[in-house]
Design a protein around this ligand. Structure first.
Ligand code: SF4
Ligand code: SF4
Length: 477
């Protein structure tokens, strides 16, 4: 027998749910209704505020900060260098960057398995910027009720000023966001001057404009629509949930049957649960849903409904936690497990990946050497009667300083380099130099010989790197 998945329709304007009745057709298209989010204070809102301002601060500051003349975070695409927290990475280090992204992904899976969508609620850029835009809106247009009243009111000077001011501040924040973003790819000090003196290149104007408009639209206009319809993570994160994932939940066994009552009346007297059906949990919800309808993909896990409900419970002198972080098992009166195969799996993958990255970083050589033998000619005799082979030596300087390397060759008696013995390589440079090795034909016992090229740093920290190549000579009879 097939089981039908229950569908719940939510009216975002009121936050109330319309449960589908048997045989009723569900309209899949819903026109957008504006959500007026009520500001709320409380424990989780405090944590969110700290986290959101801290992340915002990091975003706006990191491109300006330098350590020993190197930017803290900077992606120098023309030079193919990536500066991250004091380290410089090159395209050769792509594996490291991939590893870091994998760690971030597993970190996200691990946390989601334990606490649901904390990423969405506390750290996602869409949440961070929407939060700041709403904060500005509240300061300029006032509380939820005042904003609803203002929108319904006829055109007036006051309305025009408030709306114009709000959009001007939004655009200013969006512009600062766009400029900062481009500042991670274009020296931000130069960019902030070049942009206003019309000396920046066309792409800089394009990308600053693009990110300004994207920020303004996403955080100012689209808001919850991004989470509901555009974000892929919202759609697949539920596969990381299980009955022991701690998510923002309404304790229906304690709250139902819901109903209004006067303060001081015990719920049992009226045959009711603890939910007074005040609707505050819906009014504070940035996606306009009713958490009392159970876990929904629209819930971004911001926990604002917990703060709102705890405040109500306090006023009613009921215990807090009618809405709280709880697991499905806990709500059903069963024991919950923090550690389970899923958390072990993600945790183990995370530990292994972090270990591998630390090991790679610690053993990462500050230079790389590669030698390619010129395949165009097997060998030739020079004017001194010596046998010559030509090579291209490639040296990559992965350190933070310019280096001078001494190149030498060994492995065949009398082998010596004819040129390019001392090679200067700039930071991040991947230098190719042609070189020639000559060997006395008397020392050659076979046609194909192994020789070793060595570079030794003579300008910085002691460093020696060797690599093997072939030396081809005449056949001995
Ligand atoms: S805030 Fe709490 S009491 Fe008010 S409707 Fe929501 S769950 Fe019920
Ligand atoms: S239901 Fe609660 S936790 Fe979920 S998005 Fe709405 S306010 Fe945030």
């Amino acid at each position: 027998m097939t089981r039908q998945i229950p569908v719940t329709q939510i009216d975002p304007s009121t936050g109330t749910s319309n449960k589908k009745k048997k045989g009723e057709t569900v309209e899949l298209y819903a026109s957008r209704k504006k959500i007026y989010v009520k500001e709320v204070k409380g424990f989780y809102q405090k944590i969110r505020t700290i986290s959101l301002w801290a992340l915002m601060g990091m975003y706006f500051l990191f491109c300006w900060v330098t350590i020993d003349g190197q930017p803290l975070v900077y992606f120098d695409l023309p030079a193919r260098e990536f500066h991250l927290f004091g380290g410089t990475f090159f395209p050769q280090d792509f594996i490291l960057l991939s590893g870091m992204l994998i760690i971030a992904a597993f970190g996200l899976f691990f946390v989601t398995t334990l606490f649901g969508r904390v990423w969405c609620g506390y750290t996602c850029p869409q949440t961070v910027w929407t939060f700041i835009f709403m904060w500005v809106e509240e300061r300029i247009e006032g509380s939820r009720n005042k904003r609803m009243k203002l929108d319904k009111s006829p055109r007036s000077r006051e309305k025009l000023i408030k709306k114009a001011l709000k959009h001007a501040v939004w655009l200013l924040i969006a512009f600062a966001t766009g400029l900062t973003f481009v500042g991670y790819f274009y020296p931000v000090q130069e960019l902030s001057v070049d942009l206003f003196t019309l000396n920046a290149n066309g792409w800089a104007y394009f990308w600053v404009g693009f990110f300004t408009i994207a920020t303004y639209m996403n955080a100012g206009w689209l808001r919850e629509q991004v989470c509901l319809y555009m974000c892929p993570y919202a759609r697949f994160q539920s596969v990381m949930f299980d009955q022991d994932t701690r998510t923002v939940s309404y304790d229906a066994s304690r709250g139902e049957p819901r109903g209004g009552r006067k303060k001081g009346v015990a719920p049992e007297e009226l045959g009711l649960g603890d939910c007074i059906d005040c609707g505050l949990c819906v009014q504070v919800c940035p996606t306009g849903i009713d958490i009392r309808d159970g876990l929904q993909y629209e819930c971004i896990g911001c926990a604002l409904c917990i703060d709102a409900c705890d405040d109500v419970m306090e006023k009613m002198a009921y215990p807090k936690g009618l809405i709280r972080y709880a697991t499905e098992n806990e709500l059903e009166g069963m024991p919950s497990k923090l550690l389970r195969p899923r958390t072990f799996g993600y945790g183990a993958a995370l530990v292994v990946m972090i270990g591998a990255i630390i090991f790679t970083l610690m053993t990462r050589s500050p230079a790389e050497l590669d030698v390619l033998r010129d395949r165009g000619a097997l060998f030739k005799y020079n004017g001194r009667g010596m046998v010559e082979n030509s090579y291209t030596v490639k040296i990559a300087n992965l350190s933070q300083v310019r280096q001078t390397f001494e190149l030498s060759v060994s492995g065949l008696e009398t082998a010596r380099l004819l040129n390019n013995k001392n090679i200067n390589v700039d930071v991040g440079e991947n230098l190719e130099v042609p070189t020639v090795v000559e060997v006395d034909p008397e020392a050659i016992t076979q046609s194909n010989n192994t020789i070793t090229f060595t570079i030794e740093s003579i300008s910085g920290e002691p460093l020696t790197i060797e690599t093997e190549s072939r030396f081809v000579g005449p056949e001995r009879r």
